[in-house]
Design a protein. Structure first.
Length: 210
């Protein structure tokens, strides 16, 4: 029991360390963005997105990007939870359902706090194709869906689930730049934040212990 207790404490410390490292990286991205060191990358990628979305093929891709953003929005994530949580309860996976709900609630609160701390305005390089009123950094869509789809892949425990989660996370993140409402660095910081929170919460994932 003593050995297992030490192992469990070490696992908790690793999770906390992963979150601390992620938050440190988010701070680093924020400072570089504020200092203008990322302007070339941000403006270049968003400018490319603006050119691409004005093309014939781009105009056909924009509805897909709007759909991806809608799926990854707060309402979309709540709708997914409204489907997944009852399914977990029906399969008698109450601990997993509670973990998923608390993980998403805590992660959402963390993102709102970080947005208020950094108070970064939205980019104005391109016309916005989505209605936004909150601060820009770090991206809530990127962070929230890294948490959501990453957690669903963990609960599924299959390689195909991880691949599907990766595709959704990447598509939703890219859609925010395509629609002109986030710099690429906002999205990158959101992914880092979400991954750090997910690593932290994985310590208490019931499925991790079989």
């Amino acid at each position: 029991m003593a050995v297992r207790s030490i192992s469990d404490r070490w696992t908790v410390w690793k999770g906390a360390g992963a979150l601390a490292l992620a938050l440190f990286c988010v701070l680093g991205v924020a400072l570089m963005q504020r200092a203008g060191w990322l302007d070339g990358l941000n403006v270049g990628l968003m400018g490319w997105a603006g050119t691409a979305r004005d093309s014939g093929l781009g105009q056909q891709l924009t509805p897909l990007m709007r759909l991806a953003t809608a799926i990854g929005d707060t309402i979309g994530r709540l709708a997914i939870l409204a489907l997944v949580l009852p399914a977990l309860l029906w399969r008698h996976r109450r601990a997993d359902a509670l973990w998923l709900a608390l993980m998403m609630a805590g992660g959402t609160a963390l993102n709102l706090i970080l947005k208020q701390i950094f108070a970064a305005p939205r980019p104005d390089l391109l016309p916005h194709l989505d209605i936004v009123h909150s601060y820009s950094f770090p991206s809530g869509h990127a962070a929230g869906n890294m948490m959501m789809f990453g957690a669903l892949a963990m609960l599924a425990g299959r390689r195909s689930a991880y691949w599907a989660a990766g595709v959704m996370i990447a598509l939703i993140g890219a859609s925010r730049v395509w629609l002109g409402v986030h710099w690429p660095s906002d999205v990158t910081a959101g992914w880092i934040e979400g991954l750090g929170w997910l690593a932290f919460c994985r310590v208490w994932l019931p499925a991790r212990r079989g």
